[in-house]
Design a binder for this molecule. Structure first.
Ligand SMILES: O=P(O)(O)OC[C@@]1(O)O[C@H](CO)[C@@H](O)[C@@H]1O
Length: 382
């Protein structure tokens, strides 16, 4: 449904309004408190706090303004953050946040990921220890059962999103079932030559993503894997190349099966059977339907592309209020090859449900199922 309404954040009480009015200020404060930034950076963060909640969208004042103009800024500068497409304003907020902390330099804070302390804390957590230890128990299972467990590990790892947890203190609420499950179609596409996984969050999501890729490579379900990460820090916990390195190191430093997987992943990276890519469009405020030709060609190289997470889903099907029964294949027909979405539901966008599933979710939860992170889906198209 390309004509379904684009999601804005202008309605108080709505999910997107809450992200801009509560999550973003909380994030600015968390970043400010996580680093001994000097007065200049603190002042810039305060200014962003005011702008993002009460002000209008302003240029960056750097050469990156040219790229953002091509990505839509021409149309949105001078307008309230709440009145432009939610996907756009969120993305631009993160770009401004990097500006405020001096990430793009020049200066002493150049290249310092403002979200790194949160990512590292997660890698060091007891939960990560437990998840890695569970791999030893999985080792005795038949290959099929192991594969399915690893797929589900990667899927539910998407709940480990720091942005989500900033505004959802009850995020540990037990997970429920899948609202759509095309996993049989996904498995039917394997074995194949090249799988591409478009990563989402670092830490407790990236580790199971890597374990899934390790399994596919080791069991010869794929010959090579392409791992797309963000070109720079984004949406708090989104994975960059540095986060891939941290995750693989975390695995190699563990015990048992986790350490063995870490060693294999290290070797696969060194041999090019696992290749990390970071395209600038990974941080664009636009749907994948607008992807540039060179990225389209990269996805076309793959026999299967797996997109992880909520934001990638919004970008894949379009950040719009689609009727939930819109076929997933209709919204992804433009994608240059078979594409799978693995996502926990953390925003209003949803397609590909049966009428009965939508009805029972609404009857049980009103609108909450769309954003609570307790439901998940595996959808495959086109
Ligand atoms: O892409 P992810 O990490 O699964 O989720 C990102 C997210 O938490 O951020 C956005 C709101 O800020 C929503 O798309 C979603 O709730």
């Amino acid at each position: 449904m390309p004509d379904a309404p684009v999601i804005l954040a202008d309605e108080p009480g709505s999910f997107p309004h809450g992200v801009l009015s509560a999550r973003h200020p909380a994030l600015i404060r968390a970043v400010r408190d996580a680093f001994p930034y000097g007065p200049d950076r603190r002042h810039a963060l305060e200014a962003l706090l005011t702008s993002a909640t009460e002000g209008v969208i302003e240029p960056l004042g750097t050469e990156d303004d040219v790229r953002w103009a091509q990505w839509g800024a021409r149309e949105y500068l001078g307008r309230s953050w709440f009145e432009v497409p939610f996907l756009w304003s969120e993305s631009y907020f993160y770009r401004h946040l990097l500006q405020a902390v001096g990430y793009f330099g020049p200066g002493p804070w150049q290249g310092i990921d403002p979200f790194r302390p949160f990512k590292l804390a997660e890698l060091d957590s007891v939960e990560t220890d437990e998840e890695l230890a569970a791999l030893d128990r999985l080792a005795g299972e038949p290959a099929d059962a192991r594969a399915r467990a690893l797929l589900h590990g990667s899927l539910w790892g998407n709940r480990a999103d720091l942005g989500f947890r900033l505004s959802a203190p009850d995020a540990s609420t037990a997970a429920s079932g899948l609202v759509a499950d095309d996993s049989d179609v996904l498995w039917s596409l394997l074995p194949c030559d090249t799988v591409c996984l478009v990563a989402d969050n670092a830490g407790r999501e990236l580790i199971p993503d890597l374990l899934l890729l390790d399994h596919l490579l080791t069991r010869r379900r794929v010959r090579r894997a392409l791992l797309h990460v963000k070109a720079y820090p984004y949406y708090i916990s989104d994975a960059t190349t540095a986060d891939v390195v941290d995750a693989v190191r975390r695995l190699t430093a563990a015990q048992g099966e986790a350490a063995a997987a870490g060693e294999r992943l290290w070797t696969a990276l060194a041999e090019g059977r696992l290749e990390v890519r970071a395209h600038p469009f990974s941080c664009a405020p636009l749907p994948y339907a607008d992807m540039p030709d060179d990225l389209r060609a990269q996805f076309a190289e793959a026999d299967l592309t797996i997109l992880k997470g909520d934001l990638n889903y919004r970008r894949l099907v379009g950040d719009r209020l689609h009727p939930p029964t819109t076929p997933f294949a209709d919204t992804t027909a433009y994608f240059p090859g078979p594409v799978a979405a693995l996502r926990t539901l953390k925003s209003d966008v949803i397609v590909g449900l049966t009428a009965a599933t939508e009805e029972s979710l609404v009857a049980a939860e009103g609108r909450r199922w769309r954003t609570s992170g307790t439901h998940a889906l595996i959808q495959v198209g086109p």
